[in-house]
Design a protein around this ligand. Structure first.
Ligand SMILES: Cc1cc2nc3c(=O)[nH]c(=O)nc-3n(C[C@H](O)[C@H](O)[C@H](O)COP(=O)(O)O)c2cc1C
Length: 160
């Protein structure tokens, strides 16, 4: 299966459960699905099996409490191809401050960043295959003991 390179910005919106409510043409095109196959479906429709579960647990834990998250994600296209993204995910609030959905804008990641992050994700996946999500979260937690994931990915993204 071959790797696709992201051009421009891939945008999607979800409800509070992660069901897709909107995606832009660039997201539709790279996914290989048509718009009607995406809207109304769980966002995990583009989930790649190389992604550790603990990364998504980290994502949901933070966005559900109202925080913004920046994360490297490997996604799966309909035909089995894959593409890496640097994704910014934010909650959307109503006027009373209640979360009414989520919003994500993704772009082509720094290639050295992809290299570093895939090494970490491979270790997490190995841990998860025997010890489940807890073991993956432990590898993640240990890696980021003296460093926060956000700082790590932001530095990688700007090539530091
Ligand atoms: C706004 C938003 C965008 C998301 N984008 C992606 C994405 O591009 N790829 C992905 O695999 N998961 C994405 N997710 C996470 C999925 O909701 C889901 O947690 C993940 O695919 C793991 O699937 P699972 O929870 O069924 O194991 C997104 C979630 C939100 C709220």
């Amino acid at each position: 299966m071959s790797e696709k390179i992201v051009k421009g910005f891939l945008v999607s919106k979800t409800d509070t459960k992660g069901k897709i409510t909107y995606c832009n043409d660039a997201f539709v095109e790279i996914s290989g699905f048509c718009m009607s196959e995406l809207v109304g479906k769980p966002h995990s429709i583009v989930r790649h099996s190389d992604m550790p579960r603990a990364v998504f647990a980290y994502l949901w834990e933070n966005i559900a409490k109202g925080c913004e998250v920046n994360v490297y994600v490997k996604n799966l296209a309909k035909n089995g191809d894959f593409y890496w993204v640097f994704a910014n995910v934010t909650p959307s609030f109503d006027t009373s401050g209640k979360i009414i959905g989520y919003y994500s804008v993704r772009r082509e990641p720094n290639r050295q960043g992809v290299q570093r992050v895939s090494e970490l994700y491979t270790k997490m996946l190995q841990a998860e295959s025997s010890g489940g999500i807890k073991a993956g979260a432990q590898v993640f937690g240990e890696f980021f003991k003296n460093l926060c994931y956000e700082d790590f990915v932001m530095h990688l993204q700007v090539g530091e």
